[in-house]
Write a protein that binds this ligand. Structure first.
Ligand code: NDP
Ligand code: 8X3
Length: 251
C-alpha cells in the first residue's frame, strides 16, 4: 500500500465496512465510503471531507455503480484498494418456505454486487499494474447450516470469484485477497431477522463475538503487506466459535 492510498469500501455505513473506513483512515489512507444510506455516510464524513468521500451507491444496480465511480473527482482516482464488503443475509427459513425475494436480495447484493463494483475498478488496476481487491466472504462460505442455504451459497460464490479473479489478473501485479469472518456483532442479524431485535440479540447471547474492528485489523494488515505478498485468504473466528452453529455459550 502506498503512503496515501485511495481505498474504496462498500457497505461503509455500518459494521465491518464502517470499521474498515476508520482503520484505513488511521493508517493515513483516503477512503471512498459507499453505501445506500446517505445519512449514515454524511455522519461518517463529519468534518473529515479531506479524507472521506461519501458515495451513495446500491451495488445491485450496475448502472448506479458505474456512474457513481465514473463521476469520482480526479483527486479520488485511481483506487488503490477495493474492499468488497457490502452484503447481507435475509431470513433464516428453509428453502421450501423462504420468500424468493430474499434469495434475490442475497444473490444480487453478495454476488452480483461484488462483481458490479469489481468490474468497474479492476480494469484500471490491471492497466496500472497495481491495486488490491479484498473480498469479505464468510465462514458460511466454507460450510452450510440449516436455513442458510442461499446465504452460504452466496459466500461460497464469493470464494470461487476470489480465486478466479486472482487467476484472471495473474501477472498484472494486482493482488486479490479474501477475509472470512465468523460471528461479528454488527447490524447483520438485525437485517437478517428484518428488524427483530430479540432474535438478533439471541445470536450473540452468552458468547463473546468478534467486533467489527477485529476484522478491520485483518483487512488493513493484508493491505499493508509488501507488494510481492498476497494473503490469499484468512478465516477469523471469535474464541467461542468453531464452525457454523458450533459455539460455546455461557449462562
Ligand atoms: P451490517 O448490516 O452491519 O453492514 C452491511 C453493510 O452493507 C451496510 O453498510 C449496508 O449499507 C451495506 N449494503 C447492504 N446492501 C447494500 C447494497 N445493495 N448496496 C450497497 N451497500 C449495501 O453487516 P456486517 O458489517 O456484518 O456485514 C458486512 C459483510 O460482512 C457482509 O458481506 C456480510 O455478509 C459479511 N459477514 C458478516 C458476518 C457477521 O457475523 N456480521 C460474518 C461473516 C461475514 P446500506 O444499508 O446503507 O446500503
Ligand atoms: C455470517 C456468519 O454464520 O451467521 O456470515 O451466517 S453466519
Amino acid at each position: 500500500m502506498s503512503d496515501n492510498p485511495v481505498v474504496l469500501v462498500t457497505g461503509a455505513s455500518s459494521g465491518i465496512g464502517r470499521a474498515c473506513v476508520e482503520a484505513f483512515l488511521a493508517q493515513g489512507a483516503r477512503v471512498i465510503a459507499a453505501a445506500r444510506r446517505t445519512d449514515r455516510l454524511e455522519e461518517l464524513v463529519a468534518g473529515r471531507e479531506e479524507s472521506v468521500l461519501p458515495v451513495p451507491m446500491d451495488v445491485r444496480d450496475r448502472e448506479d455503480v458505474r456512474s457513481a465511480l465514473a463521476a469520482l473527482p480526479a483527486e479520488w482516482a485511481p483506487i488503490d484498494v477495493l474492499v468488497n464488503n457490502a452484503g447481507l443475509a435475509a431470513g433464516r427459513g428453509p428453502i421450501q418456505t423462504d420468500d424468493p425475494d430474499d434469495w434475490d436480495r442475497m444473490l444480487d447484493t453478495n454476488v452480483r454486487g461484488l462483481l458490479n463494483v469489481s468490474g468497474c475498478v479492476l480494469p484500471g488496476m490491471v492497466e496500472r499494474g497495481s491495486g488490491h481487491v479484498i473480498n469479505i466472504g464468510s465462514n458460511a462460505g466454507r460450510e452450510v447450516y440449516p436455513g442458510g442455504a442461499v446465504y452460504c451459497a452466496t459466500k461460497a460464490a464469493v470464494e470461487r470469484i476470489t480465486r478466479g479473479m486472482r487467476m484472471d489478473v495473474l501477472g498484472s501485479g494486482v493482488r486479490i485477497s479474501q477475509v472470512d469472518p465468523g460471528m461479528v456483532e454488527t447490524e447483520f442479524s438485525l437485517v437478517r431477522f428484518d428488524g427483530d431485535e430479540a432474535a438478533a440479540n439471541a445470536v450473540y447471547e452468552g458468547l463473546t463475538p468478534l467486533r467489527p474492528s477485529d476484522i478491520a485489523d485483518v483487512v488493513t494488515w493484508i493491505a499493508g503487506r509488501p507488494p510481492h505478498v498476497v494473503i490469499a485468504d484468512v478465516l477469523v473466528y471469535p474464541v467461542d466459535q468453531a464452525g457454523s452453529g458450533k459455539v460455546a455459550r455461557r449462562k
